[in-house]
Ligand binder design. Structure first.
Ligand code: URA
Ligand code: SF4
Length: 206
């Protein structure tokens, strides 16, 4: 299927140039209902890149990744383990918000494999521009792009190995998934593992 490749700038592949080019991407259907592209944010010399799934409702309104409830949980946990968010590049596997309407509420819908594949050139170009030491994937969508389609969060979260774009790559739970776990004890257990994964990420990449 079509991918964002045809929208990539031919020579200037700095983050600013990529972000600018992505603003007009129409490589999949998601651009039609979303308000705007939510590109990655952070310094070009970041040692760590964190990859989420796709922007949510708040991100779609503000244009910034991880500023809603999941972002607050992520940023609070980063602070707890001593990861300085201003030094980290934070982005998503898919750059437009996918949702369904329920009354006036816009509810998150998982991106399809076709949409993930269409958007992949943006993420790869971001990683090529930054060349981070480590990539931390949040959830199955990011993990499938970085670690391959057979990766399973439940079995392999917290494992550190190399990937095409960095010396180290790890995947952990998506903070949105943690917020949705109904059982309090199960949620606390998963939160502890999530925090431990971020702590090990903080140790690894410096
Ligand atoms: N969830 C994500 O995966 N990314 C965001 O930017 C916000 C919520
Ligand atoms: Fe382009 Fe990605 Fe948006 Fe699809 S989701 S239109 S590939 S930026």
């Amino acid at each position: 299927g079509p991918t964002a490749k045809s929208f990539l700038p031919t020579s200037d592949r700095t983050l600013a140039s990529l972000c600018n080019a992505a603003l007009v991407c129409e490589s999949c259907e998601l651009h039609r209902d979303a308000s705007r592209v939510v590109f990655g944010r952070g310094p070009a010399d970041a040692k760590l890149v964190i990859v989420g799934e796709q922007p949510g409702d708040m991100e779609d309104r503000s244009g910034e990744p991880f500023v809603g409830p999941a972002g607050q949980l992520l940023r609070r946990t980063m602070a707890d383990v001593g990861l300085d968010a201003t030094q980290v590049y934070i982005t998503n596997a898919v750059k437009h918000f996918k949702f369904k309407l329920q009354g006036k509420r816009r509810l998150h819908v998982k991106p399809s494999s076709r949409e993930i594949a269409a958007c992949r050139p943006w993420l790869e170009a971001e990683l090529d521009a930054i060349r981070p030491a480590m990539i931390l994937c949040l959830g199955a969508t990011a993990a499938s792009v970085i670690k391959g389609p057979n990766f399973r969060i439940t079995r392999q979260r917290g494992e550190v190995d190399k990937c095409d774009h960095a010396k180290w790559a790890m995947a952990t739970y998506h903070p949105s998934a943690l917020l949705r776990v109904p059982d309090e004890h199960a949620r606390a257990r998963m939160m502890a593992m999530f925090t431990e994964d971020l702590r090990r990420t903080a140790e690894h990449h410096r």
